[in-house]
Design a protein around this ligand. Structure first.
Ligand code: S3P
Length: 451
């Protein structure tokens, strides 16, 4: 019997933010012309472009192709002044790493109010004191941890760094710094954070390898490593796709989201959904110029828990252990939003890192879910979501995302599901990762049978 495929609504997802940042920095480090195909053009990635321009890198966007021309890291402007990273933690941390290993560099890394509250020293804290780098506040405070910070680059000695934080930004910054050293550098940290830098380095023939030992991973860089120009395409961003998946699931609209990065360290949120019996169908996409494999997602329609997809499991994702957190770090707010509608409780353990994101995201998600009528609570660094929320029970709510794009998108999804106009301030902050979010969300809502 031939089964006809069920109709679905196709929604475009923006290109991956983490990969775009890395390709921008790597193209800036290479001497010559590189091309980045379908890069994310958003507030955050524009911040990386602006900073690299001050270092002497030129960019030209032609359709969805970004041409990059650089004199190479060895010929970067050594006195670029203030590098304004805006709201982008990835820009700030990657640049701290790269610039620290450029001899003679003196650059001030700055950011907006939110970024200036976030810890920065974690990048260089992991370095041994004798590695050779100096970082201090503009007033000369050598213990400062917040932006603005002045980086004095040096020819670093190879180092063995250990970080207690399972952070891809820290790992990537130190890996890029290691490329400037002559000899073997190692970076050891809790395993499980995204590994785009390692993948790209290997793909570009750079001397970087990664190994996992139980709960820890070690990156080895056999420097020096000189980046050569390249042409690579950016796949779709799984973290942004999760908001579209949430909108489709909760509005009861079956959606197809094409070309999403299939890196398992970015799609672990789908494993959490699977624990809650929500299956997203995934089919691989082939393209040789993709920086990493990609896949299409088909998101089922799930009307606020009233249509279980399978009957075999209890609803609710039950308990998500702390070891999963590095791989779902950006998806916890949207997962919590979805799981608020599950028929059972869910608990995320060990979310301390969420407190130092664009806002205190753990407090923010509790505030949002409470405003929407779900009695979620944080106990220490754990998040408990009782489940059982119904779209019809969501009151008119007010919410201030405090400039945090991911919290704003969660609030906008809830507003769509409730079919209300809520008082969400600063909706424009979604521009840092998903400039077109409101329009795409409305296109999903317009297909909802409930409309
Ligand atoms: C990112 C890593 C994560 C993530 C951030 C992007 C990256 O931060 O939250 O949005 O591109 O490396 P941490 O690595 O600090 O957890």
């Amino acid at each position: 019997m031939i089964r006809r495929a069920e109709p679905h609504h196709e929604v475009a997802c923006p290109p991956d933010k983490s990969i775009t940042h890395r390709l921008l920095v790597l193209a800036g480090m290479a001497c010559g012309k590189s091309s980045i195909l379908s890069p994310l053009v958003s507030g955050d990635t524009r911040a990386t472009i602006r900073c690299l321009e001050k270092l002497g890198v030129r960019f030209d966007l032609q359709g969805d192709r970004l041409e990059v021309e650089s004199p190479g890291v060895a010929r970067w402007n050594r006195d670029p002044g203030i590098l304004d990273c805006g709201n982008s933690g990835t820009t700030a941390r990657l640049l701290i790493g790269v610039l620290s290993s450029v001899p003679g560099m003196k650059a001030t890394i700055a950011g907006d109010e939110s970024l200036s509250r976030r810890p920065m020293r974690r990048v260089l804290q992991a370095l041994p004191a004798d590695a050779g780098v100096r970082i201090e506040s503009p007033s000369g405070d050598t213990g400062a941890d917040r932006l603005p910070l002045v980086i004095y680059g040096a020819k670093l000695s190879p180092f063995h760094a250990t970080s207690k934080v399972g952070s891809a930004q820290v790992k990537s910054a130190l890996t890029l710094a290691g490329l400037g050293c002559d000899g073997e550098t190692t970076i050891t940290l809790p395993a499980g954070s995204r590994n785009h830098t390692e993948i790209l380095c290997v793909r570009l023939g750079l001397p970087v390898s990664a190994e996992r030992y139980g709960a820890l991973e070690t990156i080895t860089v056999r420097g020096p490593g000189e980046v050569q120009p390249f042409a690579l395409r950016v796949p779709g961003d799984p973290s942004s796709a999760m908001f579209l998946a949430a909108a489709g699931l909760l509005a009861g609209v079956r959606c197809m989201i094409p070309g999403i990065c299939a890196n398992p360290l970015r799609t672990a949120a789908l494993d959490v959904l699977e624990q809650a019996s929500i299956q997203i169908q995934r089919t691989p996409v082939r393209a040789d110029d993709l920086s990493e494999p990609a896949e299409n997602w088909i998101v089922p329609a799930w009307l606020d828990g009233s249509k279980p997809l399978t009957r075999s499991r209890a609803w609710g994702a039950e308990e998500i252990p702390a070891a999963w957190v590095p791989a779902i770090i950006d998806e916890v707010p949207v997962l919590a939003t979805i799981l608020a509608f599950a028929q059972g409780p869910s608990m995320f353990r060990g979310l301390g890192e969420l407190r130092v994101k664009e806002s205190d995201r753990l407090a923010g998600i509790v505030r949002l879910l409470n405003a929407a009528g779900c009695a979620a609570l944080a106990e220490g660094d754990d998040l408990i979501i009782p489940g059982g929320l119904k779209a019809k029970a969501i009151p008119d709510f007010s919410f201030d995302p405090e400039g945090d794009h991911r919290l704003a998108m969660c609030a906008m999804v809830l507003e769509q599901v409730a079919q209300k106009t809520c008082n969400i301030s600063d909706r424009g902050c979604v521009e840092v990762s998903f400039p077109d979010f409101e329009r795409v969300l409305l296109s999903i809502a317009s297909k909802s049978g409930k409309k």
